[in-house]
Design a protein around this ligand. Structure first.
Ligand SMILES: Nc1nc2c(ncn2[C@@H]2O[C@H](COP(=O)(O)OP(=O)(O)O)[C@@H](O)[C@H]2O)c(=O)[nH]1
Ligand SMILES: [Mg+2]
Length: 410
C-alpha cells in the first residue's frame, strides 16, 4: 500500500479532531467517540417500500441493492402480490441495512390504518410510497396515516423512462437526435412533475414532494435528490449509515462516503487510545490491530470493493468481474484484510517514518500527546486508516469508471 497521505492533508484532517477534543474533557470525547463508532456497526436501518401492486416496488428494492431483477436473492418482479407479508431484503454487504418490500396497497379492503398494523409499521425508519401513474387516494390515505404515526414518507413516481420514451415516439423524434431528445425529456419530466403535484394537491396534500425515478438508472432524474433529502432528514448516525450503504451512483456518492468515513476514522483512532494497548514486537508503538482490521474491511465494503459488491456490479453492467478487479491497485479483497496484512503495512509504515510524521503533527493536539501511549496509538490508527481510505477512494473511482465504459466488442 503506497502512502497517500501528506503532512498537509494530515494537518487539515487533524483540525477537525482538535476542535472536537478541545471542546470537552478528553474522557467525554473518548466515550462519545467509542459509542458512536460502535453504534455505526450495530445500528439497523429499515426502509419500507410501499404502493399499489405493479407500481414498481420490488424493482425499486432491487435497484437500491444494486441488483438485477433475475439475480439470486433478488425481489421477484412482475408478479401479482398474494400475501400480506412484508418481504425483507438485506443490503448485500451490510446485513443491518434492510429494505422491506411491502404488500400492495388497495388490493384488498384494508383501511390504511389496518394495512399499517398488518405490516408492523413500527419496524421501519421511513416509508417510500411508489406509484407508476397517477397517485390515488390509496396513496394519500396511507401517507396521512404514516404521518399520524409520526413517521416520514416520500412519494416516488416510478417508470419515468417509459413516459419519456412514449412522448419521444409520439413526437416522432429520432433516438439519434440528442438535442431534441433532451428537450423532449425535459418537457416530459416537467409534465409528470406538474401532474403528480396537482393530483396530490387535489387529494388534500398541501405541499407534496414527488421524486421522479427510473428503476433502470438511479443516477438519473430525481433519485439523487431523493437520497439527499432522506439523508438530510435522518439523525446524524442514521444519515452516516445511509451514506455508507447506498450504492455508488455518482462521483458525489464517493465524496459523501469519503466524508462519512473520515469522521468515523478519527473516532476509531480516539477509541483505540483507550483500549488495552498491544505492544508490537519490532515496533516502538502500540495499537489495536482489531480496530484496524475491522475498519479496513468496513471501508472496503462501503466503497463496493469487496468480493460480493464487485460481483453484483459486474453482473449489473454485464462485464466479467475480473475486468473490474483489474483496475484495483491498492485495496485487497475483504478476505485478505487480516491481522497479518495490517501488521505488514504497519511495519512498512514504521520503516518509512510515516507514523513518526503523524506523531510530530500530534503536538498540535496537546491532550493526545500527553496520554501515555495514547498519542502513539491515535497516530498509528489514524494514519493507517486514513491512508487505506484515500487508496480505497482512488480504487473505487477507477472501478466505477471501468464499469461505465462501453462494453468491449467481441
Ligand atoms: N420501464 C420501467 N419498468 C419498470 C420500472 N419499475 C418497474 N418496472 C416494471 O413494472 C412491472 C412491475 O414492477 P414490480 O416491481 O414487480 O411492481 P410491484 O408489484 O410494485 O412490486 C415489472 O414488469 C417491472 O419490470 C421502471 O422504473 N421503468
Ligand atoms: Mg412486488
Amino acid at each position: 500500500m503506497d502512502p497517500a497521505v501528506t503532512i498537509e492533508t494530515l494537518k487539515k484532517d487533524l483540525a477537525e479532531v482538535k476542535a472536537a477534543v478541545e471542546k470537552k474533557p478528553f474522557e467525554a470525547v473518548s466515550a462519545e467517540a467509542q459509542q458512536q463508532s460502535n453504534l455505526l456497526n450495530n445500528i439497523t436501518l429499515a426502509i419500507a417500500i410501499t404502493g399499489r401492486s405493479g407500481a414498481g416496488k420490488s424493482s425499486f428494492v432491487n435497484a437500491l441493492r444494486g441488483m438485477k431483477d433475475r439475480g439470486e436473492g433478488a425481489a421477484k418482479t412482475g408478479v401479482t402480490e398474494t400475501t400480506m407479508v412484508p418481504q425483507e431484503y438485506s443490503h448485500p454487504a451490510f446485513p443491518n441495512f434492510k429494505i422491506w418490500d411491502l404488500p400492495g396497497i388497495g388490493t384488498n379492503n384494508f383501511s390504511a390504518k389496518e394495512y399499517l398494523t398488518k405490516v408492523n409499521f413500527n419496524d421501519y425508519d421511513f416509508f417510500i410510497i411508489v406509484s407508476s401513474g397517477r397517485f390515488t387516494e390509496d396513496d394519500t390515505n396511507l401517507a396521512l396515516e404514516i404521518q399520524k404515526n409520526k413517521k416520514k414518507f416520500y412519494y416516488v413516481r416510478s417508470k419515468v423512462d417509459i413516459d419519456i420514451d412514449n412522448d419521444r415516439r409520439s413526437k416522432g423524434i429520432d433516438v439519434g437526435d440528442t438535442d431534441e431528445m433532451m428537450q423532449s425529456e425535459k418537457e416530459t419530466l416537467d409534465a409528470v412533475r406538474k401532474d403528480s403535484y396537482e393530483k396530490l394537491k387535489a387529494l388534500g396534500e398541501s405541499s407534496p414532494r414527488v421524486f421522479l425515478i427510473s428503476r433502470w438508472d438511479l443516477s438519473k432524474y430525481d433519485f439523487p435528490l431523493l437520497q439527499e433529502t432522506i439523508e438530510q432528514e435522518q439523525d446524524e448516525i442514521k444519515r452516516d449509515v445511509l451514506i455508507m450503504c447506498l450504492p455508488i451512483l455518482t462521483k458525489d456518492s464517493i465524496k459523501k462516503k469519503k466524508a462519512a468515513m473520515e469522521s468515523l476514522i478519527w473516532k476509531k483512532a480516539i477509541a483505540s487510545c483507550t483500549v488495552g494497548l498491544i505492544p508490537l514486537p519490532l515496533l516502538s508503538l502500540g495499537c489495536d490491530i482489531g480496530i484496524l482490521v475491522t475498519t479496513m474491511s468496513h471501508i472496503c465494503k462501503v466503497f463496493g470493493l469487496d468480493e460480493n459488491s464487485l460481483n453484483i456490479l459486474a453482473n449489473r453492467v454485464g462485464k466479467p468481474v475480473e475486468e473490474l478487479k483489474s483496475v484495483i491497485e491498492h485495496t485487497p479483497s475483504t478476505g485478505k484484510i487480516t491481522t497479518e496484512f495490517a501488521m505488514d503495512i504497519l511495519k512498512r509504515s514504521a520503516m518509512w517514518g510515516a507514523i513518526t510524521m503523524v506523531e510530530a503533527v500530534l503536538d498540535f493536539i496537546p491532550v493526545l500527546g500527553s496520554l501515555y501511549g495514547g498519542g502513539s496509538s491515535f497516530a498509528t490508527t489514524f494514519y493507517m486508516l486514513k491512508n487505506f481510505l484515500e487508496n480505497a477512494v482512488k480504487d473505487a473511482e477507477k472501478v466505477q469508471a471501468k464499469a461505465a465504459e462501453p462494453k468491449r466488442q467481441k
